[in-house]
Design a protein around this ligand. Structure first.
Ligand code: P6P
Length: 337
């Protein structure tokens, strides 16, 4: 049995795609480094808390930071050092950072949007959390970034991926040529190829939704959730309900086992709760590359033209057959809304 590390995989990909130069490698290496640092911190969160309570510092003697602030710092720091980066935007910051302003000769052409630690409110319950990242190439060529750079749809992503800090830490990403998963082997400090050419099963047995919002859903979504609960042996129903409340964990389960995740719009979130640029677009890119579907319920997520950095969108994502079934309900009940 041979081990193939993430670095080896990327360099092999480069030989296959000569147009790919080392610049993308450095970007992924930076993400991988930050992910290993966050892995270390997440995996001793409980310990750090205990020690933190003793004197408000963590085991490194650093000021005890909230883990999402910690994660944001290390992803920002790692990516700022990559000269190919020209723009960084994080869920943790109101505005993105235009790195071309810092050094107008910065040759950087990659724009990176990321959610450093999604689901972090679950950390003290020891629930899996994740980092989500989305990478674009700038379109403009002048000194400063232009609006055209920021209005690229998710279909223009050159890469997207997530890290899940769970029973093991995995990095799953795509550059538009399929999806590959790498599991961190802490004993050698390397992400190793563990899930080559990942495909979402066309059908699954689980549906994932916060049922407490049921009364706020459209008739079509309500009808679909009833459909999931009906007893019908031929179509393997009722499905099982699985909702972790951590997007990356719920999404990754569906990647591996098949299933559907829904976060429709609600009274509290009339445009949906989840963020387009650094949650829904990257996961939609991964889902489509793996044979799945990601939609707002009306349109493909990847076709949305962004207007704001932190804009939200409804999200229905997962196994092809299951998402297509929801879309059928939406068409069938559209005139009853
Ligand atoms: P709710 C976590 O706060 C998060 O952003 C996602 O990770 C998760 O899918 C969603 O919110 C859960 O939201 O409203 O069901 O608690």
């Amino acid at each position: 049995m041979s081990i193939q590390t993430l670095e080896q995989f990327i360099s092999e990909q480069q030989t296959q795609f000569p147009q790919a130069k080392g610049e993308f490698t450095r970007l992924l290496q930076a993400i991988s480094l930050a992910a290993k640092i966050v892995h270390r911190e997440v995996n001793k969160a409980g310990l750090a808390d205990i020690l933190g309570k003793l004197g408000n510092t963590n085991v490194q003697g650093e000021e005890q930071q909230k883990l999402d602030v910690f994660a944001d710092h290390y992803f920002m720091d790692a990516l700022e050092r990559v000269s190919e980066c020209c723009y960084l935007a994080s869920e943790e910051h109101e505005d993105g950072i235009d790195l071309t302003k810092r050094n107008k000769y910065a040759a950087g052409k990659y724009m990176v949007y990321f959610d450093p630690l999604d689901g972090s409110s679950n950390i003290d319950a020891n629930v899996s959390v994740g980092t989500i990242f989305s990478i674009y190439k700038r379109i403009s060529t002048g000194e400063e970034l232009q609006s055209v750079d920021f209005s690229q749809t998710g279909r223009e992503q050159v890469a997207a991926g997530y890290v899940i800090y769970g029973s093991s830490t995995m990095l799953v990403y795509s550059t538009g040529k399929g999806v590959n998963g790498f599991t961190l082997d802490p004993s050698i400090g390397e992400f190793c190829l563990s899930h080559p050419r990942l495909k979402i099963p066309e059908h699954g047995k689980t549906y994932s939704v916060n049922e407490s919002n049921y009364n706020q859903f459209s008739i079509a979504v309500k009808q679909y959730l009833q459909y999931c609960k009906e007893i019908d042996k031929d179509s393997n129903r009722p499905y099982s309900s699985r909702y972790i409340g951590s997007l990356v964990a719920d999404f990754h389960r569906n990647m591996i086992q098949g299933g559907i995740f829904l976060y429709p719009d609600t009274f509290q979130y009339p445009n949906g709760k989840l963020r387009l640029m650094y949650e829904c677009n990257p996961l939609a890119f991964i889902a489509e590359q793996a044979g799945g579907i990601a939609t707002t319920g009306e349109n493909p997520i990847l076709d949305i033209i962004p207007t704001k950095l932190h804009q939200r969108t409804p999200l229905i994502i997962g196994s092809k057959n299951m998402v297509e079934m929801v879309e059928k309900f939406i068409v069938e009940f559209s005139n009853e809304e």
